[in-house]
Design a protein around this ligand. Sequence first.
Ligand code: GAR
Length: 208
Amino acid sequence: MLKIVVMVSGGGTNLQAIIDGVRDGKIMNTQIAGVISNNRNAYALKRAEENGIPSCCVSPKDYESREIFNGKLMEAVDSYEPDLIVLAGFLVVIPPEMIEKYRNRMINIHPSLIPSFCGKGFYGLKVHEAALERGVKVVGATVHFVDEGTDTGPIILQKAVEVQQGDTPEVLQRRVMEQAEWIILPRAIDLIAGGKVRVEGRKTVISE
Ligand code: GAR
């Protein structure tokens, strides 16, 4: 059984896709051990509560320094003894010691086709604003392992989505979630739970 911790900051629609995936059998052999938010008001926490999943909030605002916050965040993660950490819209910089400890055991969903529209400053709606501003015709989402860089770790899955005439950032964001994120994030967890994802250098090899 793969024990996962899901880290969130906002609405938690990706968390919901994981909860639904576990319930519907699209994600096999997986248990959501806990949900951690940096934001007390995140709707994602409500989703956890409604589904009987243990959760907690660790906010940088509650601590005097980043070091103390990082320590508390690590403690919270470790307390669930996860096999895999899933960053599902978690918008806080991950402490370096956590990246080291959970190397190849922490994944992130990013709302673009990496290496486009990723890296520092590209998160949430900003990604879709930048894509529309550049006029690309195809966008998408990526699930990748987390390393020391921003959105630079080995890519696990990607899915493309077409831009349509008249798209606003909000409309495009929703389409990318529906047609890509909510599909590839549960699928990536299922593949990892099934032992089908191997990291080889900068890449992953998937055995379906
Ligand atoms: C998602 O679109 C996710 O890809 C993005 O935040 C949103 C969270 O939505 N993550 C990033 O931009 C990370 N760089 P949710 O809370 O409804 O899942």
